[in-house]
Design a protein. Structure first.
Ligand SMILES: NC(=O)c1ccc[n+]([C@@H]2O[C@H](COP(=O)([O-])OP(=O)(O)OC[C@H]3O[C@@H](n4cnc5c(N)ncnc54)[C@H](O)[C@@H]3O)[C@@H](O)[C@H]2O)c1
Length: 302
């Protein structure tokens, strides 16, 4: 008995890296899996057959899988995922929006094309794949479905040289919170993962060399379990959350919330009053952050 027996899962960008690990683990848990991947380079150029390779691996391990090589940056690509799932396995229960690319540059050097293509694959890609699935859930009264989206600390904290990627990844967190509200009525949860893993995307960003041991402790296999768990029946009540994971850690993130405010019963704030109160707000935020640094420290469980 697998945890995902009778479920059909679609994973975008599953030809390598984190997506491949999720596809392999979902298949091992009994899901029938659509492996989507355009098979291109990290910068979004080119195409390839990595999705077929992962399908072959899943089948060799005794699982069921089908390949889809469409670009999820196109709406027709998003629709094709649903069609591949229905044609091959008769339905769809789980969508993992994982596909991604990078075009890192500072704002001074970031051309329109670098902005557009990153927004297209990440933010637009989440829309292109989620909307056909959401409509399918509503039209078919399909219960117990799951959407799992991929954000990044780049957008949630900020990272130098990634204005395009950070904006898209922050947008994905916002998109997920809204989708969670809109799909709650249909029993579909929507959660977000902020991963950290040594993959083709991140290894070149490391200053030090990456050895076998680093891949063992920091590889994409550490991201897959929480993603698969969120797809299970046991995660039914959990939605609109951001889980941070990688390198053996699994954590939950605080989301934007007002932590302190002052009120005036009459009139608007004068600039002189703001001279007094804004520094107090900034101090409160710093104290909050310091407290979170303490509670967010990894608790070793062996
Ligand atoms: N690796 C990390 O530390 C890290 C950190 C934060 C966020 N992420 C996010 O996790 C996700 C997976 O990243 P990864 O590290 O496994 O990268 P990866 O490059 O190993 O895999 C990404 C896959 O997405 C595919 N892809 C790209 N554009 C596509 C498109 N238009 N249509 C279909 N497939 C497409 C690529 O071909 C590739 O196989 C991405 O969304 C990434 O932004 C990763």
């Amino acid at each position: 008995m697998g945890r995902l027996d009778d479920k059909v899962a679609v994973i975008t960008g599953a030809g390598r890296g984190i997506g491949r690990e999720i596809a392999m683990l979902m298949a091992a848990e009994g899901a029938r899996v659509v492996v989507n991947d355009l098979g291109g380079n990290t910068d979004g150029t080119g195409t390839g057959k990595s999705a077929d390779d992962v399908v072959a691996e899943i089948k060799a391990a005794g699982g069921e899988a089908a390949s889809n090589t469409e670009s999820i940056a196109e709406y027709s690509g998003g629709e094709s995922l649903l069609k591949t799932a229905i044609d091959n396995f008769g339905g769809m229960d789980i969508l993992v929006n994982n596909a991604g690319i990078l075009r890192d540059k500072t704002i001074f050097n970031m051309e329109e094309a670098d902005w557009d293509v990153v927004m297209a694959v990440h933010l637009r890609g989440h829309y292109c794949c989620s909307r056909p699935f959401a409509k399918y859930i509503r039209e078919n009264n399909r219960t117990g479905c799951r959407v799992i989206n991929f954000s990044s600390v780049s957008g949630l904290y900020g990272n130098f040289g990634q204005a395009n990627y950070g904006a898209a990844k922050a947008g994905i967190a916002g998109f997920s919170r809204v989708l969670a509200l809109e799909l709650a009525k249909y029993g579909c949860t929507v959660n977000t993962i902020s991963p950290g893993a040594l993959t083709r995307m991140t290894i070149p960003l490391r200053k030090e060399e990456v050895g076998e041991e680093d891949l063992e402790t920091g590889g994409p296999q550490h991201v897959a379990p929480i993603c698969v768990w969120l797809a299970c029946e046991e995660a039914a009540g959990i939605s609109a959350q951001i889980f941070h994971t990688g390198r053996g850690g699994v954590g939950i993130m605080q989301q934007p919330i007002v932590i302190k405010q002052f009120g005036k019963s009459t009139g608007t704030w004068s600039l002189d009053e703001l001279d007094t109160f804004v520094p107090q707000l900034v101090e409160a935020k710093k104290a909050n952050e310091e407290a979170a640094k303490e509670t967010g420290k990894m608790i070793e469980i062996g």
